[in-house]
Design a protein around this ligand. Structure first.
Ligand SMILES: NC(=O)c1ccc[n+]([C@@H]2O[C@H](COP(=O)([O-])OP(=O)(O)OC[C@H]3O[C@@H](n4cnc5c(N)ncnc54)[C@H](O)[C@@H]3O)[C@@H](O)[C@H]2O)c1
Length: 293
């Protein structure tokens, strides 16, 4: 079979070496390229800070980042969960810092702890978040509104603000903010959460422009419902008497007919954090099973 036969799409399977006796020339070209290049982990030598690091998505991201060579500093308010995850990952590649992301003093503390333990930082996954309650605007509790805004907006703002000098000194970095499909469309009963997830897109765009000259990239990942504690809480808020039915209805409203798994979201976070995404900044990346198509 002549070299170049795989321009013919009927030969596509053979091109990838899936069938014996297929396109040997192309297959051996691919094979030798793979064999000759040693695999370099996608976050080799990178240090990542992950806020909300012991929650559903943060945990999945931590496992994936460490699996791709990163050292991670996990930040959360839940010390027991942080400590257990660091033991699982190994304290040579993971550390933790108990911190409330809404507080300047705590933000400085987790950044200092990262620099002290790992010598610097390259990546911030600004992922800590709270859902608030499900209530119509006239019934929404004001203190709950303030808390959602503080964690989901100010917490992200503080993290970026205080990490910028560290990233500049490092010669660049990647900041990934966890927004939501609720950051680009509305949902009844979620006024505070909706507001906060829209707001961080504005924050991302502004800081992407602030950071560009310093090779600091900033993007958002926008998940649809994901199988974590947060969705259990929201399902209870929508209809505590029928959480399974609520789950089924929400899943059916997603074109791919399911919630995301935390790993689905961690996959795109990993990509945006890595140098593979070196030309990507100021972007909104949907991870939503087609929900906003
Ligand atoms: N689960 C979903 O369906 C979904 C969808 C879209 C976006 N998101 C976003 O993903 C992010 C992660 O959520 P998750 O689904 O893993 O939920 P989760 O509740 O499992 O994780 C959130 C984590 O944030 C931590 N946290 C809360 N307040 C904090 C504070 N003040 N300081 C430090 N840590 C704090 C919590 O302790 C928790 O571990 C959130 O920003 C959330 O809004 C989730």
């Amino acid at each position: 079979m002549p070299v170049g036969c795989c321009c013919d799409t009927s030969c596509a399977k053979s091109y990838y070496g899936a069938e014996p006796g297929g396109c040997l020339s192309s297959r051996s070209l691919l094979g030798s390229a793979i064999n000759q290049e040693e695999y370099v982990p996608r976050l080799d030598n990178k240090v990542a800070i992950i806020t909300g690091g012991s929650g559903g998505i943060g945990r999945a991201a931590a496992i994936k980042f460490v699996g791709e060579g990163a050292k991670v500093m996990l930040v959360d308010v839940d010390e027991a969960a942080l400590s257990a995850l660091v033991s699982e990952l190994g304290n040579n590649v993971a550390g933790y810092c108990v911190a409330d992301v809404t507080r300047t003093v705590d933000t400085r503390k987790y950044i200092a702890a990262t620099v002290e333990q790992f010598g610097g930082a390259d990546i911030l996954l600004a992922n800590a978040g709270v859902e608030g309650e499900v209530a119509s605007i006239e019934d929404y509790d004001e203190d709950t509104f303030d808390r959602v805004i503080a964690v989901n907006i100010k917490g992200v703002w503080l993290g970026i603000k205080h990490l910028f000098p560290v990233l500049k000194e490092r010669g660049g970095g990647s900041i990934v903010i966890t927004s939501s499909t609720m950051g680009i469309k509305g949902s009844p009963g979620l006024s505070a959460y909706n507001t906060s997830k829209h707001a961080v897109i504005g924050l991302m765009r502004s800081t992407a422009l602030d950071g560009a000259a310093h090779k600091i990239r900033v993007n958002t990942v926008n998940p649809a419902p994901v199988e974590t504690r947060m969705m259990r809480s929201l399902e209870a808020g929508i209809d505590a008497s029928d959480m399974a039915g609520t789950h089924a209805r929400i899943a059916a409203s997603i074109p791919l007919q399911r919630y995301g798994e935390p790993e689905d979201i961690a996959n795109i976070m990993l990509f945006l954090a890595s140098d593979e995404a070196s030309f990507l900044t100021g972007g909104v990346y949907m991870a939503d099973g087609g929900s906003t198509a």
